[in-house]
Design a protein around this ligand. Structure first.
Ligand SMILES: Cc1cc2nc3c(=O)[nH]c(=O)nc-3n(C[C@H](O)[C@H](O)[C@H](O)COP(=O)(O)OP(=O)(O)OC[C@H]3O[C@@H](n4cnc5c(N)ncnc54)[C@H](O)[C@@H]3O)c2cc1C
Length: 370
C-alpha cells in the first residue's frame, strides 16, 4: 500500500523504514529539511533508559525498543546506540525511584546500589547528595539522534523512497488520506500518517489543547580537565527528587558529542518557529541542578546552549487518534526518541491494519502492560 507521511522526524522516518521493510510504499512530506534542525528529533544525543517510575507499560516498551534499534541499525549498517548504563540518584524514599527499581526487577533487569565510596571510585565526577541513594543500571545509554535521522533519510532515498523536502502540508482530508501542500500540490494515498511533532495543532485545531508546545533548553559543557576521562562514555545521569520537584539529566561525551545537561522543567507555550535564543534563566537553572550532583560543578564551561521544543500532553502519555484513513500520532513529552524504531514498526502495523488501532493506542499510551 501507498502511505503518505507528514514529517521527517524520528516518528515519520522510522515508520517509513518499517513500511519499506513490510513491502509498502511510503512517501515522506517534510516542510523543512529531512531531517530538519528545528524538529524535536534533531540533537546530538538522546537518553534511552528503562526507568519509568510507576509507568511499567513504558518501561516494558523501552526494554523492547533496544531490539528494534538493532534491527534498524542492521539496515543502516551503523550502530548509533552507545550503551553506557545509567546512574539514578535521589532520595531512597522517592516513589518514582522505588517504582522504577520495582519495574526493572519485574522486567528481569539488573541494578546495583552504590554507596558514596563506590560511586566516587567508579564515577569520580558524580556526587552523592547527603542522605540520597545511587543505583547503577546497565541497560541504558545514548542514542546519537541527529546521525540516526540523517542516516535513516539517506537509507530511504537509497531504497527509492520519495522524501519531499520544503513541502509544507497546509491541509489534510483524513477520510480520503489526502493532503495539500503550500505550493499547491495535492497528494493522495491508501493511508496517511501525521507525524508533525509540535506543529500538529496547526493542521488539527481540535488537538491544539491536548498537544502543547514546551520550550526546553539543553546545555553542552566542557568538564574540568580532571573529570574529562570520567565523562567519556560514562553513564547517563538521572537525578530525581519529587519533593523538590526536579528532574535533572546528563548525557556523557559520546563519539564526538560533548556532555549535555538538561532538565524536565516545562515551559509550556511559545512558538517553535519563533526566536530560539536560549534564556539565561533556563541555563542558570540547569547549572544549579548540576551543582547538586556533580563534583567540582563550578569548573564546567558552557560550550553551547540550545532551545528545542517538546510536544507535551497533560499526563505525558503519547497521543494517537484515527480519523478515517489517517493516523495522527505524537510521541513526545520529552521521552519519545528512545522508542523510535519500535514506534516505527508498530505505527506501520497500525497503518496497514495488521495491528488494531485500539490495541495500538493502548500500547502507545503506555497502558498495554500497566
Ligand atoms: C530538549 C529535548 C530533550 C529530549 N530528550 C529526550 C531523551 O533524552 N530521550 C527520549 O527518548 N526523548 C527525548 N526527547 C523527545 C524526543 O526528541 C521526541 O519525542 C521525538 O524527537 C519526537 O519526534 P517526532 O518525529 O514526533 O517529531 P519531530 O522530530 O518534531 O518531527 C516532526 C517533523 O514534522 C515536520 N512538519 C511539521 N509540520 C509539518 C507540515 N505541516 N508539513 C510538513 N512537515 C511538517 C517538522 O518539520 C519536523 O521535521 C527530547 C526532546 C527535546 C526537545
Amino acid at each position: 500500500m501507498r502511505v503518505l507521511i507528514v514529517g521527517a522526524g524520528i516518528l515519520g522516518l522510522s515508520t517509513a523504514w518499517a513500511l519499506v521493510r513490510a513491502g509498502h510504499e511510503p512517501v515522506v512530506v517534510e516542510r523543512g529539511r529531512a531531517p530538519d534542525p528545528r524538529a524535536s528529533s534533531f540533537d546530538r544525543h538522546r537518553v534511552i533508559r528503562v526507568t519509568y517510575g510507576a509507568e511499567h507499560g513504558y518501561a516494558a516498551m523501552a526494554l523492547e525498543a533496544f531490539s528494534a534499534w538493532e534491527r534498524l541499525f542492521a539496515d543502516l549498517g551503523r550502530n548509533h546506540l552507545v550503551q553506557t548504563g545509567q546512574i539514578l540518584l535521589g532520595p531512597r524514599e522517592e516513589p518514582w525511584i522505588r517504582d522504577s527499581l520495582a519495574s526493572l526487577a519485574r522486567l528481569g533487569l539488573t541494578f546495583e546500589p552504590l554507596d558514596g565510596g563506590a560511586l566516587r571510585r567508579r564515577f569520580p565526577h558524580i556526587n552523592l547528595p547527603k542522605g540520597q541513594g545511587a543505583w547503577f543500571i546497565p541497560k541504558a545509554g545514548a542514542l546519537l539522534a541527529d546521525r540516526i535521522c540523517t542516516d535513516l533519510s539517506a537509507w530511504l532515498v537509497q531504497q527509492g523512497i520519495t522524501i519531499l523536502e520544503g513541502a509544507e502540508v497546509v491541509a489534510v482530508e483524513p477520510e480520503q488520506a489526502r493532503l495539500r501542500t503550500a505550493d499547491g500540490r495535492t497528494l493522495e494515498a491508501d493511508a496517511l500518517l501525521v507525524a508533525a511533532g509540535v506543529w500538529t495543532g496547526r493542521l488539527f485545531a481540535e488537538f491544539r489543547e491536548r498537544l502543547q508546545p514546551s520550550r526546553q533548553t539543553v546545555v553542552y559543557v566542557r568538564p574540568p580537565a580532571p573529570m574529562a576521562a570520567a565523562w567519556e562514555e560514562g553513564p547517563v545521569i538521572l537525578a530525581k527528587d519529587g519533593r523538590e520537584g526536579f528532574l535533572f539529566y546528563a548525557l556523557p561525551a559520546t563519539r564526538g558529542a560533548a556532555p549535555k545537561f538538561g532538565d524536565h522543567n516545562l515551559a509550556v507555550g511559545g512558538d517553535p518557529d519563533g526566536e530560539r535564543t536560549p534564556q539565561e534563566e533556563a541555563i542558570a537553572s540547569i547549572l544549579a541542578l548540576a551543582r547538586r550532583v556533580l563534583v567540582d560543578a563550578e569548573g564546567y564551561a558552557v560550550l553551547e546552549a540550545r532551545t528545542c521544543f517538546y510536544t507535551v500532553t497533560a499526563d505525558e502519555r503519547f497521543f494517537a487518534r484515527k480519523l478515517g484513513r489517517t493516523l495522527v500520532v505524537s510521541a513526545c513529552s520529552g521521552h519519545g526518541f528512545k522508542f523510535g524504531a519500535l514506534l516505527g514498526e508498530r505505527t506501520a502495523q497500525a497503518l496497514s491494519g495488521t495491528l488494531a488501532f485500539e490495541a495500538y493506542r493502548a500500547w502507545i499510551e503506555g497502558r498495554a502492560l500497566a
